[in-house]
Design a binder for this molecule. Structure first.
Ligand code: SF4
Length: 382
């Protein structure tokens, strides 16, 4: 492998030689293990060079770049088991990049509802629109990185898995396996020399035949065997190459990232009904869930005085009945909202006009209108 000359490599010559040697020992046993242990996940369905589906057993065949792209975006911050039904539903609704590009944002957000981090869905949608506008579809890492929402990891996954090119990937699973195999007691912090070092290792790892299979096998080992806590070293295909196992440090490496503090926030949500229709507001730009239809929601300092704020926002409405319905918890990013839902019966006075961004929907249309998990929890009576 040629070392990249664009920036000074942080890998010392001695460490580089060690990594070359260890990776050379690991590739074959890891490939053999992967052929037996790989999970049959829907985004791993192989295709042949004409784009036709192939047998599941042929894990070394190339994949659909669109399927790899969608699955990698869904898998960010989300467990595999949770992603599977969303992925299947997504591919049934939007089987191609063209179908996704043609869909409305509302349809896209509805298909994503429940996965959270909605910027991912919007970026996928924008990415598909950009893709269909290009004369030539992206192939290389650099070309994929020009598509909205695609960073070096996703680009590396698509390019290696779908096109069989030698491109590196670096996710939490890969970092953990590298740290343990090579005895690295540091994490790849943002923009640091340590991060460059891990990426250099990832390039070195993928610099071999069938890099897509190698990359995926490494991630699978991290997901199934070399797990964050209590790795199952007795089942591991690489025990003789593992520095952590030899030093009894498999539970110490890599060092644990300090956990972000979870902030608990009180919130009040209103199901305000008038004449069989329910009030929703479009979330303001810059707020969380921006652009989504949401029931009137008051959080933090606003929550205790929700009545006054609701009346200010909707001066033509009069509350004739209000009762608390249920309370639930909902986590978004580093915040845990404790949401109390109030059911309101309201009447509209003669001069009532919906305020900008608010509208009323008939109750049977809830499934169409509510495009995020929080709104659906507010809507669903326990
Ligand atoms: S031997 Fe254990 S610690 Fe080392 S790579 Fe395998 S599972 Fe991970």
């Amino acid at each position: 492998m040629q070392k990249r000359s664009t920036s000074p490599s942080p890998i010392s010559t001695a460490f580089y030689s060690t990594a070359v040697q260890i990776f050379a020992q690991c590739r074959l046993p890891l490939r053999k293990w992967f052929k037996k242990a790989a999970r049959s996940l829907p985004w791993r369905e192989p295709i042949d060079t004409a784009g036709q589906k192939k047998k599941w057993s042929d894990l070394t065949a190339r994949r659909s770049p669109y399927a790899v792209w969608v699955s990698e975006i869904m898998l960010q911050q989300t467990q595999v088991a949770a992603v599977v039904p969303y992925f299947q539903n997504w591919m049934a609704r939007f089987p191609t990049v063209e179908a996704l590009a043609r869909a409305s944002e509302e349809e896209v957000l509805r298909a994503w509802a429940g996965l959270g981090y909605y910027a991912r869905a919007r970026n996928l949608h924008r990415g598909a629109q950009k893709m269909v506008s290009l004369e030539k579809r992206p192939v290389t890492v650099e070309e994929w990185e020009r598509i909205p929402g695609i960073g070096p990891y996703t680009a590396g996954a698509i390019v290696s898995l779908a096109f069989g090119m030698r491109a590196p990937i670096l996710d939490g699973n890969v970092v953990r396996v590298f740290s343990r195999l090579l005895g690295l007691d540091f994490l790849p912090g943002k923009g640091t020399a340590e991060k460059h070092l891990y990426w250099e290792l990832a390039r070195l790892w993928a610099d071999a035949a069938q890099p897509g299979e190698l990359n995926e096998a490494l991630m699978e080992l991290g997901a199934l065997v070399c797990t964050p806590v209590n790795p199952e070293c007795a089942r591991c295909p690489l025990p003789f190459s593992c520095s952590a196992l030899q030093g009894g440090r498999q539970n110490e490496l890599p060092p644990v990232k300090p956990r972000a503090r979870v902030e608990e926030v009180s919130a009040v949500a209103l199901r305000a009904v008038s004449g069989g229709k329910v009030l929703v507001e479009t979330r303001a730009p810059g707020s969380f869930l921006a652009g989504h239809a949401m029931f009137p929601l008051f959080h933090g300092a606003e929550a205790p005085s929700w009545r006054a704020t609701f009346q200010q926002r909707h001066p033509g409405l009069k509350i004739v009945e209000a009762r608390p319905a249920h309370t639930f918890r909902h986590a978004i990013m580093a915040k845990r909202y404790v949401v109390t839902v109030w059911e309101l019966t309201v009447v509209r006075n003669a001069a009532y006009e919906p305020t900008v961004g608010s509208h009323w929907f008939p109750e049977p249309e809830a499934d169409r209108v509510l495009t995020n998990a929080l709104a659906r929890k507010i809507w669903t009576r326990p």
